[in-house]
Every structure is written in C-alpha cells, then in structure tokens.
Ligand binder design. Structure first.
Ligand SMILES: [Zn+2]
Length: 144
C-alpha cells in the first residue's frame, strides 16, 4: 500500500513545506496511536433496548421496529480518536489517517513507542467492561 503522508501545517522557520511525501508502507497501523470510543454505539443500543422493550410491552410495532433499526445501525457510530492530533475517525477509514505525527513515524520507519492495544482489542475490552457493568446493574435491580 502506498500512503500519501501529510507534512502537516507549515510553521515559518521550522518547516520546509513541500509536496506530500509518498512512502510505501504495508499498513499505517504500527505508526498510529488510536483510542477506541464506542460510547455512542452503547448509547444507541441502550435507546434501542428501551424502544424494543416499550414496543413489546405496549404491543406497538412502530416502536419495536424503530428500536430494531437503531440497534442494527448503531455500529456505524463507532469512533476512534487519534492521540497525536485529536482527530475523530470512523474505524473503517483509519488506514487513511496519516497526520503529521503518524507521517513522521512512518517516514522514519519508527513504530509507536510502546505496544498500544489494537483498535479491535480496545473495542472488545470496552464491550466486555460495559457488558459486565450492565449485568451488575441488572443483578442489583433484581436483588433490590
Ligand atoms: Zn492524527
């Protein structure tokens, strides 16, 4: 894969602006520092759960279908954030993100400093943590 790397914002006296640098790299992933943000998805799933439950209890197909639709489309709300530039990125497009810091690491062939967990692993950890929290809340409600 050939990635066009951003040279960043030109700073007079510090940078030498020029055309984008083209570097052949298999993947930009080893050079990116991305933090997963699944909270909008979980919020949408919570809304879907409430709508579906309300639809079933009140026997209204519209509420049920609205909840089902929101629940199925919720994964589109997944986000991740670049820890270098703060950009919000849709995970399927993360391979295109090459901000100044990522570009510099890729051009130098230097991977990020420490083994940062992959985005998939971060999403799995968040999902497990929030599922455990939801389970604990449900147990608490049943017990009290
Ligand atoms: Zn960035």
């Amino acid at each position: 894969m050939e990635a066009e790397l951003d040279r960043g914002v030109a700073e007079p006296g510090l940078d030498h602006p020029g055309p984008p640098v083209r570097v052949r790299v298999e993947s930009l992933a080893p050079f990116q520092r991305l933090a997963a943000n699944p909270f909008l998805v979980f919020l949408a799933w919570l809304a879907a759960f409430v709508l579906i439950r309300h639809g079933i209890r009140s026997v209204r197909l519209g509420w049920f279908l609205a909840g089902l639709t929101i629940g199925l489309l919720a994964p589109l709300l997944l986000q991740c954030h670049c820890l270098d530039c703060g950009a919000t990125i849709w995970p399927p497009r993360r391979q295109r993100h090459a901000c100044r810091a990522v570009s510099a690491r890729a051009a130098a062939g230097r991977a990020r400093r420490f083994p940062f967990p992959s985005l998939t692993l971060q999403f799995v950890i968040w999902t497990l943590a929030l599922a455990l929290a939801a389970g604990a809340l449900m147990l608490h409600r049943l017990g009290g």
